[in-house]
Design a protein around this ligand. Sequence first.
Ligand SMILES: NC(=O)c1ccc[n+]([C@@H]2O[C@H](COP(=O)([O-])OP(=O)(O)OC[C@H]3O[C@@H](n4cnc5c(N)ncnc54)[C@H](OP(=O)(O)O)[C@@H]3O)[C@@H](O)[C@H]2O)c1
Length: 298
Amino acid sequence: MTRKTILHMLTPLRQMSPFDVNIAIDAGYDAVVPYTDVGLSDVGNLVQDAIFSRPPDAGVATGIFLAGKDAPTGLDMLDAAKKAMVPPFEISVFADPAGSFTTAAAMVAKVEKALAKHHERRLADVSVAIFGATGVVGYCTAVIAASEGADVKIVGHDGLRRVEEIAASIKDRFGVTVTPVDGSSEEKKSEIVKGANVLLAAAKAGVQVISTAQLQNAPDLLVAADVNAVPPAGIEGLKVNANGEQLDGTKAIGIGPLSIGNVKYKTQSGLFVRMIEAKKPVIFDFRDAFTLARDLAK
Ligand SMILES: NC(=O)c1ccc[n+]([C@@H]2O[C@H](COP(=O)([O-])OP(=O)(O)OC[C@H]3O[C@@H](n4cnc5c(N)ncnc54)[C@H](OP(=O)(O)O)[C@@H]3O)[C@@H](O)[C@H]2O)c1
């Protein structure tokens, strides 16, 4: 018997993003159902309602998607969902809060490819400065890049305090080291840009964080990537569809938000398709997103 595929989409926020709903339906789910205002303590009950209402062999056709606006909460919800399974009653789970896991995965995968193709370097050989690091995309980007061995600096636009806390939480949760740096003035940002091989901008939409003057004073810069598609660009002069072209006035390669977004979309959609086609229930987080994004990035 062919089971209907059902996706229960949980978010701690007031609304589920239409972006995630559309991708899930386009990927092939028969039904998607949003649940809003979901607290961590609600996850177990919701998962158990989902597992016990279908026979065990329908578990693979039943999915949970975890949305939200912060990576640690998304991962805590993922753990709570896993703990709620009662074998053989098990279902698939995919966490991607604010699209951050798939966006960060796509950005780091594109940068990794550009480093290899244009500079014969690996992530483990480079210093990376991440702007917008207190955001959910920046956080996840830092974890993935540091896990691949990059020397990662997370830049605080309002000083050191919050990025210090984030660095400590990343060390505690993932066992990787990122260095907090103060980017609260143009002079401080210039120094950070000057010392970087890779610049990753994950700042708020429509906010320019790095200027052309700063880029031109970065002798070791190899790649600059930006996920903000709303003008002005996060990195001045970086075109939205840049895909490995030289960034004006530098010897660095630029990767723009539409090139990253293309891989992000295919990664998120691809993970939904894998959930739908899986023979056994699967669990996906940013690590799975990065594995798939690496295959997709060109
Ligand atoms: N291309 C794609 O496929 C794709 C997909 C998803 C998201 N995005 C983009 O990715 C970016 C990050 O998303 P997000 O959800 O992580 O965003 P977010 O939560 O709004 O955070 C973005 C970061 O920007 C910082 N910021 C805010 N105002 C700033 C300013 N004036 N100067 C410097 N930094 C500032 C925020 O700091 P605070 O912590 O102080 O607010 C935070 O660190 C956005 O531009 C979003 O549109 C792109």
